[in-house]
Ligand binder design. Sequence first.
Ligand SMILES: [Ca+2]
Length: 256
Amino acid sequence: MKKLGKFALLSLMLPIVASCQKTGSETSSSSSKPVQPSESVPSTPKDSSEEKESSNTDADDTFVIEAEYTDLYEADGTPKAGHGYSGGADGADMVQKDEDGSAKASNGYWVGYLYNKGLSLNFVFNSTKAVTGVTLTLRLSCEIKDMELTPDLWAVRVNDSDSSSRGIEYGSFSLAGASTSDSDNYVRPFTDRTSAVTIDLVEGKNEIDLVTINDITMGGTMYATAPMVDCIKLSHLSGSSLSYTKHEENLAAFEE
Ligand SMILES: [Ca+2]
């Protein structure tokens, strides 16, 4: 059983961590190819297999990759080492559930605990052809602290294996309204943030890495500033078909 009541627990341990201050507007960054803002929550049929290939795109030509279905283990097999306010959560334990739907998380789950420099989420997928001008939207939230993410703090790397890269120049993603330590299980609803620049995909395997590249502490053992990640959305696909392997075993701990 996953641990619940995280913020209730925090409220006992930590009377005041941070005040909730507005740091920016809720407006998404502009894009050269703007997409319609979407607050919809796509549903994904439950499947008994641990890994499932997904290649569906919706009527808007948008392909969604869920953070909770990415590989939460490093290349050498060790689980990604997530950090929370007090202690850590490794591998699949980094997945958090939208218990009552109020977080508006796509597929009902997201990945948190990204508060350590060098920690990354890796979205691996295939494209049936090379395509340019793809719109990239990230569905994000935050906790404890409001933030304005920039490529100096949090890198979005597209087919970029350079471990020192700041990734694409996505602009800034402003996330305000963070839950605090005494918010009692409140989760700031996830919102879409669209990159200011479009991206290009290659035929075959592609990888988009979201990487925490700062060490600006958010308090406690949150050793870096990072968002919580629900999913990424790729649109304006120019007829290419995308697919990815879902690591559904990540959700095993939530199943009765
Ligand atoms: Ca999700």
